[in-house]
Structure formats: C-alpha cells, structure tokens
Write a protein of this length. Structure first.
Length: 373
C-alpha cells in the first residue's frame, strides 16, 4: 500500500532531499546536488522566490520506506503576470512502480484543484532560472550542474498518468576548436568596428560585480520573447547573482558594450563540476570543497550557464564577439569540450550560436502538462 505524507519539518525535509541519493545509488550519470543547498532552497529566509509562492512537498511511502517525492508550487507572481492559474511541480523522483506515481499525482492534482489551479506543468523549479525538464534522450551522458537527470522509465510514467508533452529542451556538446574559426574572427572584427563595440576586462570578481544589474537587465529582455518568461525581482537577482558568483571563473565571463558603454550582450560559463560533485557526494565536508576547488583549477570541460543578447542586437553578429573571446580562453586552458545548458527548442536565437562549431545534440528533455478540471 502506498501512503502520501507531507513534509512538515526539517527532519522530513532532509529525507525528501536525500531520497534521490538512494534512488540513484551506483548510477554513474546522475550528479548529486549539495544537500545544504537543496535544504536552503526551501527556506524562505534564504530563497526570496518563496515570498510569493505556496509550496507543498510530498513523499510517497511503501512499508515505511520513501519510494517517491514531488514538490508542488504555486508561483502567484508568475500567475498574475501571465494571467494563468498554473501549478508548477518539480523535485520529481520515484521508483519504477506506477502505483507510486499514481498516488503522487493523485495527491498533487487534488492539492492543485484546492488552490484553484487549472493545470500543472513540470518538472520545473520555482522560476525560470531553476533546473527544468525531464530527460528523454541522453541517459548514458553525464549530467551537469544546470540540468536534471532521471531514469528512462520516467517518461512512460508521465504518459501513463495522462500528461501531455509541453515544451522540448535540447542540449549540445561543443568541441573546442584548435583555433577560432577564421570566419568568426574576421566577422568579430568587422562587427566590432561597424558598431563601435567594446569588450570590457571582467577577469576578476570585483570587476564583474558592478555589471550584475546590467546582466540581469539584458537577461530579462533577452528571454522576454518567450511566452512563459517572467522577469526576476530585485531580491531574486541578488539571490541568483550570489549563486553565480560562488561558482564562476571570471576568465570565462565576457560581455559586449555599445559605443556609450551600455551592455548589450553577455556570456557566462563555469568549469565542469559534474565529476567533482559526484566525488563530493552531496556535502562540502570533509573533502567535497577540495574536489570542487580542484575542478576550478584543472578541467577539460566547461559549462555555459547563461547567455543574453538584447533583442535589438540579435542577428547582428554580436555573439561572435563573445565566443571569439571565450573560446580563446578555453583553448588557452586546454578546455576540450563545452556543454550548453538546456535551452528551449523554440529559442532559436541562442541555439544558432553553435552552427559555426563542431557540436552534437546529445540530450533532449521535455516538460509535461496536465489539466486539472
């Protein structure tokens, strides 16, 4: 018999957070998060997005053992701005037992209807900068820090539970060239001269900090064309800026300014943290911090976290300047491969960036939707 229990205290929250560590034990592709960071995510004193979210965390148990979990989220600010009544769901993990997912989704749908929601969509986080979308292709590829991993059977459980496919996301692995393509270098120089553009020196965290407000301004305007995008509040910007600053390598940050010194584009990458996080096993202590620090200093791979270009500057070649700059640094540091973060398939303005480089589409993922009426 499956029972559904609500997370009500720190002890049950920790059990909720640690369930995937048991579910994916021995899986060489799953990358564990830091347990402390996951706990903080659900702490309103730490995560400002919770100021306008209702959250219900549920676990499924069988014979007293956790066999599944789900986070239900109503982001009232998002719903008000978009004019919808949507319940987000995420942190979805379960054993290969449709009785488990049936019980989880039954409880989820009941709560969603009680909140007056029309439909549920996920897996997603609290907002658009959190991890999102269920892996449907690329199960034998190591995950990364910006994406979710799940077993192949998850998709069939979603379909069996009556969910429809909603939004597709894709990821690419880009091979770092031995030299920046001549076409990119030549085009970069022409664009830079034509529009009187400049690239400021951001190779220190102190230099980056003063540009943070402009980064989020560009980010909000870049993704405003996506139908489900909601701009971040100032508190959210501060929250995510602190997270980014903790993991970035300033050498892998680049931005482009117009002739008046205003930021029009940026790119942000970090050293690949997947293997280091696996060695850390969910904790910075006793030696997790060492593995993460080592990954910053010695690495053959990098992850692209974010890239943004103001809409009026898109399709003018500005991104060539960013990649010309960052790729040279990757080559200098012997970075052989770069992982893109998950990108919505409809976001062609970002996906087109890889066309001048040798790359492969190595992962796909979907979000799912179900109406509650």
């Amino acid at each position: 018999m499956i029972t559904i229990e609500k997370v009500t205290d720190k002890k049950s929250l920790k059990a909720f957070v640690k369930f995937p560590f048991e579910l994916y034990r021995g899986n060489k592709y799953w990358v564990p998060p830091l347990i402390g960071g996951e706990m903080n995510t659900f702490d309103a004193s730490y995560n400002p997005t919770l100021e306008f979210c209702d959250v219900n965390l549920l676990v499924a148990k069988k014979e007293g053992r956790i066999v599944g979990r789900i986070a239900l989220i109503v982001n009232h600010r998002e719903n008000d701005i978009l004019g919808v009544r949507k319940m987000r769901f995420g942190w979805l993990d379960f054993e290969d037992d449709k009785e488990v997912t049936g019980a989880l989704f039954e409880a989820a749908e009941k709560w969603g209807r009680e909140q007056g929601m029309d439909y549920m969509e996920g897996p997603v986080g609290f907002c658009n900068l959190d991890k999102a979308a269920m892996l449907t292709f690329g199960f034998d590829e190591l995950s990364n820090t910006t994406a979710l991993y799940n077993y192949p059977y998850y998709e069939s459980h979603m379909v069996a539970a009556g969910f429809d496919y909603c939004t597709q996301w894709v990821e690419s692995e880009i091979k770092t060239p031995t030299a920046v393509p001549e076409k990119i270098s030549r085009f970069s120089a022409l664009i830079k001269e034509k529009y009187s553009l400049s690239i400021p020196d951001l190779r220190s965290k102190s230099a980056i900090k003063k540009y943070i407000p402009q980064v989020f301004d560009v980010l909000n305007k870049t993704y405003s064309v996506l139908e489900n995008f909601v701009p971040l509040t100032e508190k959210q910007q501060t929250f995510y800026a602190a997270q980014f600053m903790a993991v970035i390598n300033p050498e892998y940050v680049s931005c482009v300014q117009d002739k008046d010194g205003n930021m029009i584009a940026f790119g942000l990458a970090i050293p690949y943290m997947a293997s280091a996080l696996q060695k850390a096993g969910g904790s910075l202590l006793p030696f997790g911090w060492w593995h993460l620090l080592k990954a910053h200093k010695v690495n053959k791979r990098a992850e692209l976290l974010l890239i943004g270009v103001l809409p009026e500057w898109q399709r003018k070649g500005v991104t060539a300047l960013i990649f010309d700059e960052v790729m040279r640094r990757f080559m200098r540091d012997n970075i052989m491969y770069v992982e893109s973060n998950p990108q919505q398939e409809k976001n062609t303005s970002v996906r087109v960036l890889w066309k001048e480089y040798e790359s492969r589409h190595h992962k796909s993922r979907w979000t799912f939707i179900k109406h509650l009426k």
